[in-house]
Design a protein around this ligand. Structure first.
Ligand code: A2P
Length: 282
């Protein structure tokens, strides 16, 4: 396996098994530089979102890299204030423009129940999904999916969707393994993408992981990202630091044993957990 190895999604499209995360990456020079660095060390899958407000910088880095578009995999997401079919059509066009591309590889509904639609979220998601399906038909998007959805949000979407979601991108790391949600995703053919695979950095404070890191001559970050891969997840590590961007790409020259995987499984709850989407303040 390598950074360009792929999973096959339920629509037949392929997705590189590791993506470069950009949540909390400031727009401008920092975002552009970190994406360029990621591309330089071999990542080909970049994950952004309209809500991160850095699509323009991601797009600038992609253009500057000179890498052919077909060799790249770009994900972006429908922001929380978007609540109608018409607004979703516009949001997709806005993301295409900001990214400077004529298609998006993967487009996700970012949040199932934004505060503005907490009562009528199911209608909002169904309407936005219809716009996304039409964008697939128009060639503007290759694959569609969701993020932060729980089973009851997905079940509602299944009632109206013509195209099944291929991905559920969720907060997923040893401290919050979301076992039931991952099983639900799997049962319904959705790939579980792991954002904050390092628990936004909190996982790195867990001393027990240093023993495993030493045993493999790797860093704790590499151990945790390898755990994510061996679970069959798609980790999206974020960093704005050149050395870490490189370090997080070196995941393919070692393997965790079944016993080591079990040890990491024991870390549930030790460094924070996902927000309940139905209770978030946004
Ligand atoms: P920075 O971006 O300043 O380099 P997650 O991907 O779980 O959201 O975690 C991102 C956080 O973890 C960021 O604060 C990032 O810092 C930090 N981080 C990413 N990779 C590493 C690493 N290899 N070693 C230490 N910290 C890291």
């Amino acid at each position: 396996m390598s950074l360009t190895s792929t999973y096959v999604l339920n629509d037949g499209n392929k997705i590189p098994v590791v993506g470069f995360g950009t949540w909390q990456t400031p727009d401008g020079e920092i975002a552009k530089h970190s994406v360029l660095k990621a591309l330089e060390v071999g990542y080909r899958h970049i994950d952004t979102a309209a809500a991160y407000q850095n699509e323009g910088s991601v797009g600038a880095a992609i253009t500057e890299s000179g890498i052919p578009r077909a060799e790249l995999y770009i994900t972006t997401k429908l922001a929380n204030p978007i609540g109608t079919y018409e607004a979703a059509v516009q949001a997709i066009d806005d993301s295409l423009k900001a990214l400077g591309t004529d298609y998006i590889d993967l487009y996700l509904i970012h949040w199932p129940t934004p505060i503005a639609f907490r009562e009528d979220w199911a209608t909002r998601n169904a309407d936005c999904w219809r716009a996304m399906e039409e964008a697939v038909a128009a060639g503007k998007i290759k694959t569609i999916g969701v993020s932060n959805f729980l089973p009851h949000h997905l079940e509602k979407l299944f009632e109206t969707a013509t195209i099944k979601p291929a991905v559920n991108q969720i907060y997923l790391n040893p401290s919050d393994q979301q076992v039931e949600l991952v099983a639900f995703n799997q049962k319904h053919g959705l790939l579980s993408e792991a954002y904050s695979p390092l628990g936004t950095g909190n996982i790195l404070e867990i001393k027990a992981l240093q023993v495993l890191a030493d045993a493999h001559n790797k860093s704790i970050a590499q151990i945790v990202l390898r755990w994510s891969l061996q679970k069959g997840f798609l980790p999206l590590p974020k960093s704005v630091t050149d050395s870490r961007i490189f370090e997080n790409s070196l995941l393919f020259d070692f393997e965790l044993s079944a016993e080591e995987m079990k040890q990491i499984d024991q870390l549930q709850g030790v460094a924070g957990s996902a927000l309940n989407p139905d209770e978030a303040s946004f």
